[in-house]
Design a protein around this ligand. Structure first.
Ligand SMILES: [Zn+2]
Length: 250
């Protein structure tokens, strides 16, 4: 097959693939939101697309469905370009994806979120959908701390601190986008954002009062040490980690 992406295939090839054992479908769940003065608003949608594709390859016998490119980003809405879905809207989209895809013979439906705000509503939707379709496996990796910890561990191999790696548009995400779409990154605007400890109190403040309560430029972390080479490694290692975690659920 020329591609695992169903949006690039026709229904005849898709039907044949499913009949030949491609019983898993993977869907990235990203966001459209500000990522500092230097990264494009499609940052999380782009990483979702690429990481979901890698996970589909690594799972084997899997196709990829169209990435959900908008997510729950209320805390970024004071920055222009951010488009946010209500949790119930995202969940409605998830249900409609599942209702559609289960008709075609997929036995495993896998969601890969790359944006923190989607983890919780996505897991709730998956739990509800599992009850509706007990005969198929509907899974997602939604352990936000596990996801962030994994990124931080990879970053520490490069001597990047947790604060620099950052939860938003810091070293990790900036490296990732440098490796995926360098032309969309504005290097002249690299500057550190919030570099304090991101504890429970800060996270609560962030979700209640929005990003500007922590950082006026919309950056948590420090992009100045980012590089394309590291970005490739981040993406590959995160995909390996997620594949392992998803396999445990299948
Ligand atoms: Zn992001």
């Amino acid at each position: 097959m020329s591609s695992l992406k169903m949006e690039e295939l026709n229904w005849v090839d898709i039907k044949q693939a499913i009949n030949n054992g491609f019983k898993t479908v993977v869907i990235g769940v990203g966001s459209t939101e500000q990522h500092g003065p230097h990264l494009p608003t499609q940052t999380d949608a782009l990483t979702a697309e690429v990481i979901a594709n890698l996970v589909a390859r690594k799972l084997k016998n899997a196709l990829q469905a169209q990435t959900i490119r908008v997510g729950c980003s209320d805390h970024h809405l004071s920055f222009p370009g951010t488009i946010s879905l209500k949790k119930s809207t995202l969940q409605a989209i998830i249900y409609d994806y599942i209702d559609s895809l289960q008709k075609h013979g997929f036995e495993n439906i896998v969601f890969i979120p790359t944006h923190g705000g989607n983890f919780n509503p996505l897991q709730k939707a998956v739990d509800k959908a599992k009850k509706k379709y007990p005969d198929i496996k509907i899974v997602a990796y939604t352990d936000l701390l596990g996801y962030v910890d994994t990124q931080n561990k990879i970053a520490s191999d490069f001597k990047i601190t947790v604060e620099e790696a950052g939860a938003h548009a810091g070293e990790v995400e900036t490296s990732q986008i440098l490796s995926l779409a360098e032309n969309l990154v504005n290097r002249e605007r690299f500057q550190p954002g919030f570099l304090g400890v991101l504890g429970e109190e800060e996270i609560e403040m962030l979700f209640e009062n929005g990003m500007p309560s922590l950082t006026e430029i919309g950056v948590i972390g420090d992009p100045t040490k980012a590089s394309k080479e590291k970005g490739k490694i981040y993406i590959e290692k995160i995909a390996v980690f997620l594949t392992k975690e998803i396999k445990k659920q299948l």
